[in-house]
Write a protein that binds this ligand. Sequence first.
Ligand code: SAM
Length: 213
Amino acid sequence: MRLKNVPGSKEYIAASDFVIHDETEKKGKIGEYFKKDQPLRIEIGMGKGQFIYETASRNPDINYIGIEKYSSVLLRAIQKMEEKPLDNLIFIRMDAEEITDVFMDGEVDRIYLNFSDPWPKDRHAKRRLESRQFLERYSKILKDGGLIEFKTDNNDLFDFALEEVEAAGWKMLECTRDLHSDARLCEGNIMTEYEAKFSAAGNPINKYIIQKP
Ligand code: SAM
């Protein structure tokens, strides 16, 4: 998702209390941003934040961080928080490639990847958030037994992601090619913005849940 550049979004984000600033200097101190000391879950590439906001509001006993690369998109998530703030949600504007500079080893309980950019060219495969290079980064910051939940309507990206899971030796806990027809896996499902759009267009939604080896 890349909105047109919104003038002033960088300055707006720089002044927001809903965003962790200078995040690489905050490594080891992220917990200080939350009122309660409780498990930490993150969404990488959260877009406008529909999923992470709803997930955080339904689960006050878990802390959440929404990560997004682009200011113009993150701005929308901040505006939602300004309307109705949540104690257990905060955002970081960053490229996920730097994730191990921000989180300590084993600090994160679960990672959500929703409708990640597909990067269709082979030479860009390592930019995909489900690549083995990213799985290695996630493996560092996830606690033992930590999970990744990934949803996408993009079958090529999902095929690639399954190959990467196997190559990296992660454990596949759940896997479906049609989440919305699977009553058990879909129970309590929170739709992302892209999920609502693509499922309304008739696209089946793929989902896996994997566990750190
Ligand atoms: N997750 C949302 C959803 O399902 O509605 C948004 C999906 S959108 C296709 C992908 C988002 O991931 C974009 O907002 C993009 O800017 C962000 N993104 C892509 N690569 C990223 C990276 N390396 N680090 C942080 N965010 C990234």
